[in-house]
Design a binder for this molecule. Structure first.
Ligand SMILES: *Cc1c(COP(=O)(O)O)cnc(C)c1O
Length: 441
């Protein structure tokens, strides 16, 4: 016997679902996600030794024999649970998407994961797989605008009901809404988004899970899904706090370069199998090229998010001291903001970082906010977030333009509120840019 570890020690003896071996531990040491992003789920020897996975541009896959084809279809059609053991047709899956899914799951230690063509197609596929006419979706509010449209206007047309509670709700408030929903029939899904956009209000996932477990039993217990786009996977891992399913717009921090649109869903095998059958039917999977770009992005995810988070701390510390700034709505300041004790408590229990997306409330109104935005030289004026570059936008006049005035007031979407997503530039350069823009009005 030699001193070098044998293959089973290197792999932990765990072949990935498609049979590709992966290094998940060395001896007793479980490898960290940032290490696993370089090779997990990919065997170069299956691709002529190519260090990086090739992009598999093919619409269909050849079966080794007819019996194998039959077995694969038993998996695809759900006759046998767990999906296909091999590749069949590119609407169902492909090598790039499977490797990506294996790697996505690693960050939150999820049992399984799925990749989608957009964040919204991920959310739509999740909803379609879980609800039927007469069911109720209970959700935190506000939600990403397109998600609210999907629940209220589109699923509503098919007889699906909804009830919501405010993102910052207490256990008692959550209990009251869940009890009311339970009294109205089947609650199919509890759907959360935290922090809420653009208020940054955090949802108490632990309280939602405790409330769900107290009010529902057995078969009637609805799964808890959460949109983790703003803080995941680095700063918030909802599966560890009681959520069953995590949803991502991978367009944002995960993609991270503002050059692709994609989505993801993570969770238990059971839930993922349900969602996978719907994806197989309607074809909301992401394409191989996007999957490949996302794999490249995941290699630097921790580097990018860490740097953006450190930059945001420095920039926000500067912004809060500037005379033309009324307030900075940044999660890192919850602890030191009077009246925010409950939110600070949720933050302490759930989050490991404050992220890099926040609200800047300037002194004045739309005129001052627009003057600030128009004066920026480094930060780009665009919606979206989580990219390597710093972006700034004006929710009241842009993303939330169609929200009725009353609701805007209730959500605190005022004319002097600017949304900022900090990138990975030099922090002092960004501070110089914000300083000159704030001095311009
Ligand atoms: C962007 C976004 C979405 C939608 O994702 P797409 O990739 O644009 O479809 C959903 N939820 C949140 C919180 C988002 O920021």
């Amino acid at each position: 016997m030699s001193d070098t570890p044998n293959e089973d020690e290197l792999t932990g003896g765990a072949p990935t679902p498609a049979g590709r071996k992966s290094v998940e531990r060395i001896g007793d040491r479980k490898l960290k996600p940032s290490t696993m992003m370089m090779g997990h789920g990919y065997d170069p020897m299956l691709s002529e030794g190519a260090l990086k996975p090739p992009i598999f541009l093919t619409s269909t896959f050849v079966f080794p024999n007819a019996a194998a084809g039959k077995r694969h279809f038993e998996g695809v059609t759900g006759k046998r649970p767990g999906g296909s053991e091999g590749l069949v047709y590119s609407r169902f899956n492909g090598p790039n998407q499977e490797i990506l899914e294996d790697r996505l799951g690693v960050w939150e230690e999820a049992e399984d994961a799925l990749a989608f063509s957009s964040g919204m197609s991920a959310i739509a596929t999740l909803f379609l797989s879980m609800v039927k006419p007469g069911d109720t979706i209970v959700h935190s509010g506000p939600l990403y605008a397109a998600t609210e449209t999907l629940i209220g206007r589109i699923l509503g047309k098919f007889g699906v009901n909804w009830l919501d509670f405010p993102a910052g709700a207490t256990r008692e408030e959550i209990d009251a809404v869940l009890r009311q929903a339970a009294g109205n029939g089947n609650v199919a899904l509890i759907y959360l988004e935290s922090p809420a956009n653009p208020t940054n209000a955090l949802v108490d996932i632990q309280a939602v899970a405790a409330s769900r477990d107290a009010i529902f039993t057995g078969e009637t217990k609805p799964p808890i899904a959460i949109d983790n786009t703003f803080l995941g996977p680095l700063w918030l891992q909802p599966l560890k706090h009681g959520a069953d399913i995590v949803v991502y717009s991978l367009t944002k921090y995960a993609g991270g370069h503002s050059d692709l649109v994609a989505g993801g869903v993570l969770g238990t095998k059971e839930h993922i199998n349900t969602i996978r059958s719907m994806r197989n039917t309607i074809g909301t999977i992401c394409d191989p090229n996007t999957a490949w770009m996302l794999m490249r992005s995941l290699e630097t995810l921790e580097l990018r998010m860490s740097r953006a988070g450190e930059n945001a701390i420095k920039v926000c510390e500067f912004l809060r001291t500037h005379p033309n700034v009324e307030r900075v709505g940044y999660l890192g300041f919850l602890e030191s903001t009077p009246g925010m004790e409950r939110q600070a408590d949720i933050y302490r229990r759930h989050c490991t970082g404050a992220g890099s997306t926040f609200s800047l409330i300037v002194k004045g109104g739309e005129k001052e906010a627009f003057a600030f935005l128009d004066a920026l030289k480094i930060a780009k004026l665009a919606v979206s977030l989580g990219g390597t570059e710093t972006l700034a936008s004006h929710p009241a006049a842009m993303t939330h333009l169609s929200v009725p005035e009353e609701r805007k007031q209730a959500l605190g979407i005022t004319d002097n509120l600017v949304r900022i997503s900090i990138g990975v530039e030099d922090a002092d350069d960004l501070i110089a840019d914000f300083a000159q823009a704030l001095d311009s009005f």
